[in-house]
Design a protein around this ligand. Structure first.
Ligand code: JFZ
Length: 428
């Protein structure tokens, strides 16, 4: 529905993100691609010290390997992601069934991935990359063409800007940060901003306060009232933004009082690390997605392009396989626009999501042969039809104890997860 015109200065920080029109696309879309890409990607996870020893880390490599500023700047000057292919990245997301993309515009190392006018520590002015290219603009164009929403990760914590660390000079840093965010909003029209680093309490003084978070949100919504902002804009639990961001974990359903998005990476690093081959399987991706959607959350799954800007093939392959599987079995119905249902308890054998009057019971761990799938009802309701998605196989429903027993009519063990659609007549 069209929303009433909102003028600049309207503060949406206090509207209810659960029901706001502003967040409607995000609440439906459920599945996004996270991209960690920056000057650290150029090291591909390995730093060789002057003494020849090697230190390993990904997007934290500067800090964890204690790389001196000049050495880090020197390597960044050779960064040339000439093979960055926005269309291919958007296609990979689309093939996976991902409906939005969040890319790091600036990580903790402070390096801007767009031609910012606030400093020269950015991909155009400090790299070996074609100065006429702008990867954020390329991504925006490709995403728009494909109907995919684009958002930017932005780290409040900045290891490069000397004004960040000192409370006396922090106001100067803050001014530049505000100016950078205005550049991002004005030039690329992101649908979402994903903040991070507000939690810094070590380097060397934590200046980000509750007031800073609230003020920043007001500023952003004055630039674009539709912007969706994550909780890390402020102190978590104080200035909450629109959604919580549990990391690498799936919270128990439901999370009270806040929308949430579980971010995970496809292997064990966010940024590219050439030695990390510990990839999640397509089955794990699908199961996580079904599980997260059933608990009312979103799934933001990360890829880390290499120094040439290429998304690792193992990531592309796994995403494609997960997407193929979701499409082939119609499981998208259990994901897009689906969410938490209070009607039943979360079963030990899987997850149950709700969309309108349909429940989607994903079976990821089948009970022993001959045993039914038991569903505990939290409220009285009736089931009017039950079928396995994809195969159309009938499922027998019998009232049993505190709920129902579901018995598929044959061997219904999907390779990844079988989803049973239960049409219900909910309590009036
Ligand atoms: C942050 C970054 O430091 C990291 O590099 C990556 O970008 C990730 C997505 O976000 O790491 C965090 C942030 C928050 C928590 C833990 C790690 N947290 O809330 O526990």
């Amino acid at each position: 529905a069209p929303r009433p015109a909102t003028g600049p200065g309207t503060n949406h920080a206090t509207d209810d993100p659960f029901t706001a029109d502003r967040t409607s696309w995000w609440r439906q879309d459920r599945f996004g691609m996270f991209i960690h890409f920056g000057a650290y990607s150029n090291l591909e996870g390995e730093y060789t010290r002057p003494d020849g020893t090697v230190c390993r880390d990904a997007e934290w490599i500067k800090r964890e390997c204690k790389i001196p500023n000049d050495a880090y700047e020197k390597q960044a000057a050779t960064f040339n992601p000439a093979d960055f292919d926005a269309k291919a990245i958007v296609r990979a997301a689309k093939d996976a069934g991902q409906r939005y993309i969040v890319i790091t515009s600036k990580h903790h190392d402070g390096y801007a991935m767009w031609p910012t006018k606030q400093n020269s520590w950015n991909l155009r002015d400090h790299s070996a990359f074609d100065p006429h290219r702008d990867i954020l603009a390329e991504l925006k164009r490709a995403a728009d063409a494909a109907g995919i929403k684009l958002g930017f990760y932005y780290s409040i914590w900045d290891w490069h800007d000397p004004d960040f660390a000192d409370p006396a000079t922090f106001p100067r840093y803050k001014k530049r940060m505000y100016a950078q965010l205005k550049e991002l909003v004005d030039n690329y029209d992101p649908a979402l901003l994903w903040f991070d680093g507000e939690w810094d309490a070590v380097d060397p003084v934590n200046t980000w306060s509750r007031k800073d978070g609230a003020e920043l949100q007001t500023y952003l919504h004055a630039l674009n009232p539709e912007l969706i902002v994550n909780n890390r804009v402020g102190k978590r639990g104080v200035v909450d933004g629109d959604f919580g961001t549990p990391e690498q974990e799936i919270p128990a359903a439901p999370v009270d009082g806040q929308l949430w998005e579980s971010c995970m990476t496809l292997n064990d690093h966010w940024g590219f690390a050439r030695y990390d081959t510990h990839w999640k399987s397509p089955a794990t991706i699908v199961r996580n997605l079904l599980d997260i959607a059933s608990r009312g959350g979103n799934y933001l799954l990360n890829v880390g392009p290499d120094k040439r800007g290429r998304v690792p093939q193992p990531s592309v392959d796994r995403l494609r396989e997960a997407g193929r599987w979701l499409r082939a079995h119609g499981q998208g119905d259990a994901v897009y626009g689906a969410g938490y249902t209070g009607l039943v308890a979360t079963p030990s054998w899987g997850a149950v999501a709700r969309r309108g009057n349909d429940l989607y019971a994903s079976v990821t761990a089948w009970p022993a042969a001959g045993r039914p799938l038991h569903l505990t009802a939290r409220e009285a309701f009736t089931i009017t039809s039950a079928r396995v998605l994809g195969s159309g196989q009938r499922v027998t429903v019998t009232p049993a104890g505190d709920g129902f027993d579901l018995t598929p009519s044959g061997a219904a063990t999907g390779p990844v997860a079988s989803v049973i659609r239960l049409t219900v007549k909910p309590p009036a």
